[in-house]
Design a binder for this molecule. Structure first.
Ligand code: ASP
Length: 468
């Protein structure tokens, strides 16, 4: 039976069978020392006349766990008080020399090379740790929310456009030549429909797709968010729930971190702009402290921004107003009369979650009255055709809609901020690069003629330099 490296500490004097990678080798003539690495740690192994092996090969080692003499203890290794006296070593799969070192933090290696060999890059302890902690965070979230009566519900990936203000990814529909699905920019409409359905408390840790350029806090193409929606809820309920959830995540999973201020400050949008010049101020007290987490809320956003955000989606391109969050956000009840007189003065019931100067999430209380929703469609300049795209929402809103609201904190962004990583890609297993090529597999690729024919598609321009 296999023993994990970390379990050797309790097996002194016993014969064990270890599996893992050769982390390093020190050949002293007849005697060879090597460090064996598995998912639980590293351990020194020592033996005579071992088969030839290269670093990063996968081996099986059978041997005895021995206590190291006092002066040979390695205090830098959790298993530094013991070593394995090798009786037999089998090379299960040998490794070529890696294209880059993995015992460094890796930041100064060309990122495209790291992404090409991402499966090696993830052997780097920092990367493996990021992914493991991320798994702990999502598990914690699932337990926390299901304990509080939330249901985790999946929504379609092949769907219709969702108005989050970015360009959609389209997927050709073979059964409907000439038609396309859109990958969801978020499950916004579905989660609202789940409220109409009476689920009351929904969440999903979900992939969202937006065809927009890469930035440090934004990967090209896809990202993951904790999407949630609640019925019969106030803005304050949502802010308190998220504050409690993230405070507990930090306490449990990142105990070395401290939160600058609790309860988290809630800053009206106007004040944020006046005082800090941005709507996501970095509220850390000491920006040199890598363990400080300054959470906060920006609230009271204007419902509309002055100009249309993305002409290719919102309105006819001639509209004066674009939603500053999205078109389902409820106006502040005190400001509803202003919708007719001065829409730019209307505040939205929307909020952004900020952390160390990043916008880590946003959400809102939603419109649940058909007539108000229609009014917003008019204000953002929807054409009759655009309105029909959202007909299903207006229809659903005629069947008893609970007041509802939600939020969607970004998992990648939170992990980036809490781990102090320079980009979001450092906390994703297989991100795309700046040109939209996916790590390792180098997607996208050309479709062949047969595939295109089935889809009824012909390509108008094909770059000459590449082959399909
Ligand atoms: N759908 C929004 C987003 O993805 C979040 C929300 O309003 O709940 O940003």
């Amino acid at each position: 039976m296999r023993t994990l490296v970390k379990e050797t500490l309790t097996k002194i004097g016993q014969n064990v069978n270890l599996n893992g990678w050769v982390d390093s080798i020190r050949d002293h003539g007849k005697i060879t020392f090597l460090d064996l690495r598995d998912r639980s740690g590293k351990i020194q192994c020592v033996g005579k006349d071992l088969p030839k092996v290269t670093a990063e090969s996968v081996v099986e080692i059978v041997g005895t766990v021995a206590k190291r003499p006092e002066k040979l203890i390695n205090p830098r290794l959790p298993t530094g008080t013991v070593e394995i006296q090798i009786e037999k070593m089998t090379v299960m799969s040998s490794s070529k020399e890696l294209p880059f070192p993995i015992d460094t933090d890796g930041y100064n290696i060309d990122e495209d090379v790291r992404l090409k060999y991402r499966y090696l890059d993830i052997r780097r302890p920092r990367m493996a740790q990021n992914l493991r902690l991320r798994s702990k965070v999502t598990t914690f979230i699932r337990n926390y929310l299901t304990d509080r009566d939330f249901a985790e519900i999946e929504t379609p990936m092949l769907t219709k456009t969702t108005p989050e203000g970015a360009r959609d990814f389209l997927v050709p529909a073979r059964l409907h030549p000439g038609k396309f699905y859109a990958l969801p920019q978020s499950p916004q409409q579905y989660k609202q429909l789940l409220m109409v359905a009476g689920l009351e408390r929904y969440f999903q840790i979900v992939r969202c797709f937006r065809d927009e350029s890469q930035r440090a806090d934004r990967a090209y193409g896809e990202f993951t968010q904790l999407d949630l929606e609640i019925s019969f809820v106030t803005q304050n309920d949502i802010l308190e729930l998220i504050e409690d959830l993230f405070t507990k995540i930090v306490k449990e999973i990142f105990p070395e971190k401290h939160i600058s201020q609790s309860p988290w400050p809630r800053i009206p949008h106007k004040e944020a702009i006046q005082k800090y010049g941005v709507d996501k101020p970095d509220l850390r007290k000491d920006k040199n402290d890598p363990n400080e987490l300054a959470f906060g809320w920006t609230i009271d956003f204007p419902l509309f921004t002055g100009q249309t955000k993305e002409d290719f989606f919102y309105g006819s391109g001639k509209a004066k107003f674009a939603p500053s969050h999205h078109m389902f956000t409820a106006p502040h009840p005190d400001d509803i009369p202003l919708l007719d007189t001065d829409p730019t003065k209307v505040r939205g019931l929307q909020y952004d979650l900020i952390l160390n100067g990043f916008e880590v999430g946003g959400g809102s209380i939603r419109i649940h009255q058909k007539n108000v929703q229609e009014k917003i469609f008019d204000l953002i300049g929807f054409t009759a055709e655009q309105k029909t795209q959202f007909e299903h929402m207006l229809t659903a809103f005629t069947y008893g809609v609970p007041p509802h609201g939600g939020i969607a904190p970004g998992i990648d962004r939170f992990m980036m901020a809490v781990r102090g990583e320079p980009t979001i890609r450092e906390v994703m297993a297989f991100p795309a690069n700046a040109h939209g090529s996916t790590a390792v597999v180098d997607a996208p690729s050309f479709a062949n003629e047969k595939q295109l024919a089935e889809l009824g598609i012909s390509i108008r321009h094909r770059p000459k330099t590449k082959t399909g």
